[in-house]
Design a protein around this ligand. Sequence first.
Ligand code: NAP
Length: 246
Amino acid sequence: MTVLILGGVREGRDLADLLVAEGIDTTTSLAGRVKYPAAISGRVRVGGFGGQDGLAQWLLEHQVAAVVDATHPFAEQISANAAAACATAGVPLLRLQRPSWVEHPDAANWLWVDTAKQAAQAAASYQRILLTIGRQGLGEFGSLADQELWVRIVELPDAKLPPRWHPILARGPFTLAGERELFEDLGIDCLVTKDSGGTLTEAKLTVARELGVQVIAIRRCPTLVGVETVSDVAAAAAWVRSLPAG
Ligand code: NAP
């Protein structure tokens, strides 16, 4: 049985570790955005499939028994492609997605926006901004080019950052102590985040409350209707184990 894990975040790696340790054949697929991805158990393939038709074809050619879509909550295109391709190829699909921060105890104090552009507008009145939205959406924050801004990213983007923007190269998870030190050292007064959800990068939200830092949170798109969804790796592994063998 071959299980395809659509990866790109920690949960996908953890699921591959679990399944491979149990002798289950897995292939993790990465988009190839990061030059030096963390090590992953099992087989790994890199690069797009060529849309939903390409993915459906790939599933059939590689005799994939099931797909776990463990991609980031904001990677909407690949999730939509997975739903369509699995329906076409008749392959069971599970969505593994971190729970949203909408229910976070501090969420009512944050400024919620729908887009990165709106987040940039909302952040414009702050002096020392920490941007934790990854590399891909940075172009949407061009209106803040003259602002003192720290960008936390795994790898530098291809395009040069504006002179007043400072990269912080780091890969989560992040600790409370580490986040406190960072926010205090830099004197951060505004944190911009996506609603990535879960616990791996949650410490920044606690520290923002402690230090009175304004949080600007970008909302997720609605989840895909009709796709079975779980919120943790153990539940995803249980789903794989429950599939008919062979
Ligand atoms: P996206 O907009 O949903 O996907 C764009 C295209 O990239 C897809 O149509 C697909 O190309 C390819 N792709 C995406 N994920 C893939 C995967 N796991 N394996 C093979 N091809 C993939 O995705 P994105 O927002 O650019 O994110 C790219 C990857 O980075 C995702 O795997 C995601 O888990 C990870 N990531 C994203 C974010 C974020 O904030 N968006 C944050 C952290 C990590 P084809 O149509 O050619 O198949």
